[in-house]
Design a protein around this ligand. Sequence first.
Ligand code: ACO
Length: 366
Amino acid sequence: MLQTRVNSGLDGVIVADTVMSEVDGEAGRLIVRGRSIEELALRTGFEGVAALLWTDFAPADQGGSGDERAVREGFASARVRAFGEVPKLLAATKGLTPVEGLRVGLGMLADSELMPHHYLVCGALPVFLATLLRASEGKSALAPDPTLTTAQDLLRMIRGKRVDAIFEQALDTYLATITDHGFNASTFTARVVASTHAGLISSVLAGLCALKGPLHGGALGPVLDMFDDIGSLDRAGAWFDDAFSKGTTLMGFGHRIYKVRDPRADVLKNTVATLPQTSGRLAFAVEVETAAIAALRRHKPGRRLDTNVEYYTALLLEALEVPRSAFTALFAVGRAAGWCAHIFEQEKGGRIIRPQSNYVGPRPAA
Ligand code: ACO
């Protein structure tokens, strides 16, 4: 029977079983294939999380056996392969932001490409991102080093040389922490496209397009813009009251699923604290966060809004000296491995995703 009750935003709608991850919004818990996010962030790097997610889904010799080394080698070869696309990428992306550039770059990859597509996209994104950033500073692209991990090589390609291991470790923790997160908007989008059998590259590109929005992965840069605008702590309370009077959405706060603090916020806050010369900025962010939560309680009572992952991600990426304009693109580098996992899962057992709408327009005269 046709249902006519509309569920705006698919709030609370369960559309699939998944073994990938569980977001418990009441307890503030995230489980990725049986491991807590806190444990994963502490013990597993980005390639390890990708291998974990792809276990039993990717072909056995391409990460499907959970072999982290195979994934690391696959990503490294893919970075080298993707570097061959750099001249075409640069010619096609003049004047674009990094995330727009990644959209073009993924669009250039052919479905007929022989390299496994999950490796290809995960290798291409860091190479394209570093290339686009360097080009925006008038610098030429740096070839990837296949002996390194994604995090090590990405920072090297952006900065032009290896950086202190503590920064590489922090980026690796970030990528591992944000690889997968249930049926968020970009993952769901990737699964919808995968459900039509359009292929992995198209599905990942669709995920990237959804991630780009300011309500999802595009909230990162605006968190720092907010810090700039607040300026000093004594202005924070008044700044938030003014923001609410104008109907401003506070970036880095609120979540569809989490009704308490997002557990990834603390993982990343702790990661920022490991980096040198961050204590002043971190203390500022903690005070601003307290003022923001107080303002949310005052102006949006009963809505259960708290800090989400974007808040401390912004601080971490700033400490890694990644330009603000590239934050969302960097998010995509990590999340792409999660999209691939969901695409595999969707392709393995899912049907075409095709919901219904309730027609409320005019009808032809009888
Ligand atoms: N600032 C101020 N008010 C907010 C915020 C916020 N950040 N988030 C929600 N609210 C308010 C809404 O205005 C609404 O108020 P109302 O009842 O008076 O109309 C109420 O809380 C419920 O909000 P919804 O928009 O219905 O919540 P929804 O689940 O649809 O949206 C979202 C979730 C998009 C994340 C929202 O909280 C938001 O826009 N946050 C800011 C952007 C952000 O940080 N995005 C990153 C999320 S994490 C990620 O995607 C990786």
